[in-house]
Ligand binder design. Structure first.
Ligand SMILES: C[S@@+](CC[C@H](N)C(=O)[O-])C[C@H]1O[C@@H](n2cnc3c(N)ncnc32)[C@H](O)[C@@H]1O
Length: 206
């Protein structure tokens, strides 16, 4: 979804809002340099697993009800999606303790990140900013993008749609606010689409 090249994967990467996903575990196993931040890392692996088990049936039911919002080709059904997500979460959980000790998983929440200026070459944020526009305000979006651009040379965000599949109203205002601060943004079409219409990522460079 982020069009990551081999050169990108060699960069020092910040995974923001990574949650219980497998990106950090997979890239670290390949020798990549990645730090993930998410508020959920304040909990233990057992607590995160208990939460996953608790919400899993509800999430699957919602996916069934909203199935026509998604494109079912590479992932053929809700059941396959559930199994794929569960596999990724197991990979995360198996890596979590080791990654915590190595400083690869840190508890932090946008819009404040515990990093120095330009500490990372690339920051990635998937399925949080813009997607949760109903729960995270425009001001929080602007502050978050500003903060990501402070800590990383380049920031990529995907998707740019809200949970109901509509373009986030915040996108133009966020881009305008960044522009007035000298941060250039562009939209790039990606080679991934699961949520219907989620064809673009936002790229920001200070
Ligand atoms: C839908 S999940 C996305 C997980 C992962 N990026 C993915 O695409 O599979 C959204 C994540 O955003 C995290 N989150 C919630 N509030 C946040 C905040 N203020 N700053 C950063 N992450 C936050 C949640 O804990 C959750 O892990």
């Amino acid at each position: 979804m982020f069009m990551l090249s081999d050169a990108d994967l060699k960069k020092h990467i910040l995974g923001c809002s990574d949650g219980p996903a497998a990106f950090n575990a997979g890239l670290s196993a390949r020798g990549g340099r990645v730090v993930s931040v998410d508020p959920v890392y304040q909990f233990s692996a057992e607590q995160i697993w208990a939460q996953i088990e608790r919400v899993y049936p509800q999430v699957m039911l919602q996916m069934q009800q909203n199935a026509d919002h998604y494109i079912w080709d590479s992932i053929s059904s809700v059941e396959v999606l559930g199994a794929t997500r569960m596999d990724a979460m197991q990979q995360f959980l198996a890596d979590f303790e080791t990654g915590l000790e190595a400083g690869r998983y840190l508890t932090a929440s946008l819009p404040d990140l515990p990093f120095g200026d330009r500490q990372f070459e690339l920051a990635l944020c998937s399925h949080f900013l813009f997607l949760y526009s109903e729960h995270f305000s425009l001001v929080q979006h602007i502050e978050s993008m500003r903060e990501l651009c402070r800590v990383a040379e380049e920031v990529r965000v995907y998707p740019l749609l809200t949970l109901d599949g509509k373009p986030s109203d915040y996108l133009p205002a966020v881009r305008e606010a960044l522009s007035t601060e000298g941060i250039e943004t562009c939209l790039q079409t990606v080679d991934y689409q699961f949520q219907k219409g989620a064809t673009q990522m936002l790229i920001a460079r200070a």
